[in-house]
Structures are given as structure tokens and as C-alpha cells.
Design a protein around this ligand. Structure first.
Ligand code: WT7
Length: 671
């Protein structure tokens, strides 16, 4: 554990080059922030010894550790006999046990006499005057009834164990209800983010042989109505396996219903008795499929199963978010992503938390939407993404200053690396310098958080996800699969199975093996590069495919980007390599800025800034100013596309997951 005290300076000495194909590390971050004594004194994990004990037990005696965890933290209709059956690359957890993820998330609390506790506080999209269009609160007992009704409706529509249900819905409580109802009866949900095209829906329906689609007439976003049902209709023309479509009335707009196929939620769900009990399901019953867009090719249906995933989501939630009775917890993700699955639905609900769920966008009707919600609901834990934090910085402090954020006690970040300067802003402006920040590293495939500070004990370094959680055994390897000197970066692998790990790519065993288990024998290959510093802290260096090779030095994108973002006039930066005759690759940077002219003077200033921050080697060759960076719909910078732009190549590969095509079109025009 690091011992240096907090200091405001970051010094920057480039490390020397290396020969093994590992990654050079050029950005040195020395600031260190300790949790306050007050935070620590009340924390769930409050001493280093406690963490060491958990981590050692999970590493050295995983069977015993996970047996005790599973028995204590999940409800078992029938006990399991084997804790983990590990036949690389396949793991089965809690073999032959019977449990139910919906029971654990909902019924367990009602059974324990806590049915009156608020489960979900929902904020609908506001109308122009700033008032929420709808606002609802559901206790655990009410949620149980809603979920049971939906389960009854699904059963009536012929859905049962093992059937796949696609869910394409707005961020309403019914979305969570639909997911939980599937879990209740053993159906497999496949949530499709309600911004995807008809083509994407059809592709996912077909890949999973979905039997039912649940959708709504439309959704509200930034004051507009998007017609979801019309999009689903188009998808259903090309989805031969889908037999029925269940439609929630949300906007009241026209939704043509096809006789014999389409039914209304208010006809099929709302009038049910709401009595159906949760089905005891085998531990390895598939719980959900969630598609992630691979960098090329067709999306992968990541498969998670019941018991292991549920336990991982619950325990990681409790450890990382230091959950307490009186917390109001808000994860700003959409249920269309894994973050929504694990940290809006299964994790926090299994832990009995009070979760805020919101519909809409952070800048509608105004850029203070988040802070207005935090103030009104006295949110104590806020979990959001670096792309949002960078947007808040760009929009200006005045939107934050209007609101009282004193209820916040803990902040989280997920989805990408957070640039140290964005981290500092989050810490000062939102956290009032008193809230620990948990920078959580994980993936759709890992089911839940893998590395993160434990807020009561882990001193944080801006930009580092710090240490593995109990049960996570990372290792960093070079091109040949050998462990590398961890000060240099290499490929990040996980060398021991954990309960939340994916069980496969739905219907594609070959791709599963090739993607995650081929490069390094018997280790899960994450696809990210990382390094581990002398304090044992991990620094994610970006995707393996994004590494830039300048004259034989392999550089990580995030370090150069963070150096650019540390310039006061830069909002966001994306860095990619482009072909260069002499150096192999040159560094091309795409930069957004608020107040400066986009001229050569600024370009040179930025080049000098990077040179000073992290060294001559990392100085960008090209700097291009842009109004916005191309991002995925979940907010990740799409460096793959920028590589093509920088190289002057035709855009290749799939752009359908792009949030805003216009940013890319503009960049192309300027070529
Ligand atoms: C990839 C996984 C994690 C749930 C949401 C995204 C990147 C995620 C961090 C972080 C640096 C991060 C990685 C990872 N990533 N969190 N805290 N620091 N990088 O899930 O879409 O499956 O993406 O997101 O590259 O592999 P996902």
C-alpha cells in the first residue's frame, strides 16, 4: 500500500524503452488521496487487514471462500454440491444448487420483513419547464407484485425456462420489471439499448432465436418522442423466430398492433393477480445474453448464468459502493449496458439498496439535470462515466454551483479510463474533496467490477483503478504469454475463474475460445493492456488494438490523451497511430476545446505541452481540432474509426454503434 501523502503535483519522467514488446509507460501520477477518517470509521471494509484476509482467502482457498459467500449471500431452494467445476475455459459454479436471481433481488427482502423499503425511485424525462414528466417510487413489496404480474403475463404468452426474450424499452421501471420477470421464470433476457436500429434488433433476435420482444410505443429523449414500436415492427419483418410482441404504453403515440402477434402490457400484465412465485432454477441456468459490439464483425452475445453472476454482482456492489441502509444510490447508466444489469438491477437490488433510476439525458432540459436530481433526492452514491464527467467540465461549473450536492458521500466511474484532470474535477467540484472516487475497471464479460478502490481503505491515485477485488487474480503478460516486469505494460489476463465470469458467447463456442482463451493458455484474456506499479496499483492502458508503436516504443493511448486533457483549454482528446515511413507510426491527436482558436499557435502549444508532460517521444505529430469525438452509444471514444480518418483511409467496419455520425462526417470533410 502506498504511503506518500497527498500532493497536488504530478511529475513526469518517461521510463526507458524495453525490448520484450511490452508497453512503455510515460505518464507518472504521484497524487494520492486518502479516505477521510470519518468515511473509514463507518465503512463496510474499514481496515487493510480485512481486505487482505478476504483477498488471501479467495486466492488461496477459493472453494471454501466462495462456498461461505454463496451460502450467506444468496437464497438457496436446494443446496449446491460443488463450488466450482473448472474445466478451462469452462467454469460451472455452485453446481446442482437451486436459486433464483429475481428471488434474491426482490422476494428475499420481502420475506425478511423489509418489503416497505424503497427499491426504485424513478425520475422520468422532464418536460421543458424542468418538472419530471413522471416520477414513481416502488417499494420492494410493490416491485414483487409488479414482477410477479409480468411473470404471469409472460407465462401466458408461452414463455418459459430457456426462452429468449428481447427487451427494447425506455428507462422506465417496467424495463427492470421485465428483466426480473424473465429471471423469475427462467427465461433469458436480451436487453437491446433503445437507440439501436431495426437492423441491430433483428440481428440480435436472430442470433439468439428470440421468441418474444418487449417494447413500448415510444420513448422520450431530449423532449422528442422516438417511435420504438415502429422500429421493432421493421425488425420483426426479419425476425422469424419471434412469435409475440408485448408493448408498454409510454408516450401514447400511435403504435400499430398486429393482430395475433402484438399485445398491450396493460392487457396482458396489469390485470394479473401478481402471485406467481419465483421458480427454483439450477445455478447454471442462463440468466441473460447481452450483446457487445466487437471492434469488427458481428456483435457477441455474452452469456451470464444465474448463481455465480448474481453473487458477483451483489458482493462487488456491497464492497465497492460501501452500501449502507440510508444510502440513495444512483447509477446513471442505461439498462441496455452491463452496467445497468449489474449496478442498477441485480447488484443493488440483491443488496436491498434504494436505487434511483432515470430516463432522459444529462443535458435536457438543461445541463444541470444530474445535479438537480442529486439535490432533490439527496443522492449519496453517484456512479457515472468519464464521458459524462468530461461533458460536465465542458458545460461549465455554473450548472453544478446552482445545486447543493452535500448529500454525496461516494463517487464512481466506469466505462473508460478517467483522465487524471477529469478525476480531479470530479473530486473537487462534485465530491467537494470529501468523497472517495471508485474508478471501477471491468467488462461486459466479467459480469461485475474486477478492480476498484475499496472506498474506506484504498488511497486513490487519479487514473488508476487501484487493486483487484477479492477473488480476482490478474496477471500481465507479453506477446509470448510470459509474465512481464509489471512496471511496463502488457496484456491483462485473469488467471483464476471468478463467479461472475461469462459462460460463453451465445451459440459460438469457437469465437469464445478464440477471443478469450487462445493467446494465453488457461487465462482469461481481457483485451486490455495494463501495468501494475510498485504499490501494486493497476493502470489500464487501453485496448490491445489501440497501442501506438512509435519507433519501436509501444505507447498507450490514454497516457497521451491524459497529457493533452491536462492542458486547461482541452476538453477531450483521442489519440491514434497512423502509418509513418520512418517511425512506423506517428501520433495523431483529435482534440476538442472550448475557448481557443483552432490555429497553429495552439497546435504547437499542445505539442510542447505533451512534450513537457510526458516526453518528446509522445509528442503528437498531427493535432486536429474537432467539435466532437466519435463515440459509441455507451460513450466510449471510437479510436478504430479515428485511425482510418488519420490514415486517410476509407472507413472500414461497422459504424452502426456510433452515437453521432455527424462528428465523423465533419472530420472526413476536413480531410
Ligand atoms: C472495456 C469494457 C465496465 C462496464 C461498462 C463497459 C474499458 C471499462 C474502465 C476503467 C479503464 C475501462 C476497458 C474494458 N473500461 N472501465 N475503469 N478504466 N478502462 O463495459 O462495454 O464491456 O467495455 O471498457 O477497455 O475492457 P464494456
Amino acid at each position: 500500500m502506498p504511503t506518500a501523502s497527498a500532493s497536488e503535483s504530478s511529475s513526469n519522467q518517461p521510463e526507458s524503452s524495453n525490448a520484450s514488446g511490452s508497453i512503455d509507460h510515460v505518464l507518472v501520477e504521484e497524487r494520492l488521496f486518502h479516505p477521510s477518517a470519518e468515511f473509514t470509521s463507518k465503512a463496510v471494509i474499514s481496515t487493510e487487514e480485512q481486505y487482505e484476509k478476504l483477498a488471501t482467502a479467495a486466492r488461496e482457498n477459493p472453494d471454501e471462500f466462495w462456498r461461505a459467500e454463496a451460502l450467506e449471500h444468496l437464497h438457496w431452494f436446494e443446496p449446491f454440491d460443488t463450488v466450482c467445476d473448472w474445466q478451462p475455459p469452462h467454469a460451472k459454479w455452485f453446481v446442482n444448487g437451486k436459486t433464483n436471481a429475481c428471488y434474491n433481488s426482490v422476494d428475499a427482502h420481502v420475506a425478511a420483513g423489509r418489503g416497505d423499503r424503497t427499491a426504485i425511485i424513478w425520475e422520468g424525462e422532464p418536460v421543458e419547464d424542468g418538472q419530471p414528466r413522471d416520477q414513481r417510487t416502488l417499494t420492494y413489496a410493490e416491485l414483487q407484485t409488479e414482477v410477479a404480474k409480468c411473470a404471469e403475463g409472460l407465462t401466458q404468452l408461452g414463455i418459459g425456462v430457456g426462452d429468449v426474450v428481447s427487451i427494447y424499452m425506455p428507462m422506465t421501471p417496467e424495463l427492470a420489471v421485465a428483466m426480473l420477470a424473465c429471471a423469475r421464470i427462467g427465461a433469458i433476457h436480451s436487453v437491446i439499448f433503445a437507440g439501436f436500429s431495426a437492423e441491430s434488433i433483428a440481428e440480435r433476435n436472430n442470433d439468439a432465436s428470440a421468441k418474444l420482444v418487449i417494447t413500448s410505443d415510444g420513448l422520450y429523449r431530449r423532449g422528442k418522442v422516438l417511435p420504438l414500436k415502429a422500429t421493432v415492427d421493421e425488425a420483426l419483418e426479419k425476425s422469424p423466430t419471434v412469435e409475440k410482441c408485448l408493448v408498454l404504453r409510454r408516450t401514447g403515440d400511435d403504435a400499430p398492433m398486429q393482430e395475433g402477434r402484438d399485445v398491450w402490457w396493460h392487457d396482458v400484465v396489469e390485470n394479473q393477480p401478481g402471485q406467481m412465485a419465483a421458480e427454483p432454477l439450477d445455478s447454471e441456468t442462463p440468466l441473460f445474453i447481452l450483446y457487445t459490439s466487437g471492434s469488427t464483425g458481428k456483435p457477441k452475445g455474452i452469456l451470464h448464468t444465474t448463481a455465480g453472476y448474481n453473487l458477483w454482482a451483489k458482493r462487488t456492489f456491497e464492497w465497492v459502493f460501501d452500501h449502507r441502509e440510508d444510502d440513495i444510490y444512483w447509477c446513471t447508466a442505461d439498462c441496455g449496458w452491463i452496467t445497468g444489469h449489474s449496478y442498477i438491477v441485480y447488484g443493488p437490488l440483491s443488496a436491498g439498496a434504494t436505487c434511483l433510476m432515470y430516463e432522459g439525458a444529462p443535458n435536457f432540459p438543461a445541463e444541470d439535470r444530474f445535479w438537480d436530481i442529486v439535490e432533490r433526492h439527496k443522492v449519496s452514491i453517484l456512479y457515472t462515466a468519464p464521458t459524462a464527467v468530461r461533458a460536465f467540465i465542458k458545460w461549465g461549473d455554473e450548472h453544478v454551483d446552482k445545486h447543493d450536492l452535500s448529500s454525496l458521500r461516494l463517487l464512481g466511474s466506469v466505462g473508460e479510463g478517467i483522465n487524471p484532470e477529469a478525476w480531479m474535477w470530479y473530486h473537487k467540484k462534485i465530491g467537494g474533496e470529501k468523497c472517495p472516487i471508485v474508478d471501477t475497471w471491468w467488462q461486459t464479460e466479467t459480469g461485475g467490477i474486477m478492480m476498484s478502490p475499496l472506498p474506506g481503505i484504498t488511497p486513490t491515485k487519479p487514473g488508476s483503478c487501484t487493486r483487484p477485488l477479492p477473488g480476482v487474480v490478474p496477471s500481465i503478460v507479453d506477446e509470448l504469454g510470459n509474465s512481464v516486469d509489471s512496471e511496463h505494460g502488457g496484456k491483462l489476463c485473469i488467471s483464476q475463474p471468478w463467479p461472475g465470469m461469462l459462460r460463453g458467447i451465445y451459440g459460438d463456442e469457437e469465437r469464445f475460445v478464440e477471443q478469450y482463451w487462445s493467446d494465453v493458455p488457461d487465462k482469461y484474456l481481457t483485451g486490455d493492456n495494463a501495468r501494475c506499479d510498485t504499490d501494486g496499483y493497476y493502470w489500464i492502458m487501453g485496448r490491445i488494438d489501440d497501442v501506438i508503436n512509435v519507433s519501436g516504443h509501444r505507447l498507450s493511448t490514454i497516457e497521451v490523451e491524459s497529457a493533452l486533457v491536462s492542458h486547461p483549454d482541452v476538453c477531450e482528446a483521442a489519440v491514434v497511430g497512423r502509418p509513418h515511413d520512418l517511425k512506423g507510426q506517428a501520433i495523431a491527436a483529435f482534440v476538442t476545446s472550448n475557448d481557443r482558436g483552432h490555429d497553429d499557435e495552439f497546435r504547437n502549444e499542445l505539442k510542447q505541452h505533451v512534450r513537457k508532460q510526458i516526453g518528446a517521444l509522445a509528442q503528437p505529430d498531427d493535432i486536429r481540432f474537432t467539435a466532437a469525438l466519435p463515440k459509441t452509444r455507451s460513450g466510449k471514444i471510437m479510436r478504430r474509426l479515428l485511425r482510418d480518418v488519420a490514415a486517410g483511409r476509407e472507413l472500414v467496419g461497422d459504424t452502426s454503434t456510433l452515437e453521432d455520425l455527424s462528428s465523423l462526417a465533419k472530420l472526413r470533410e476536413e480531410d
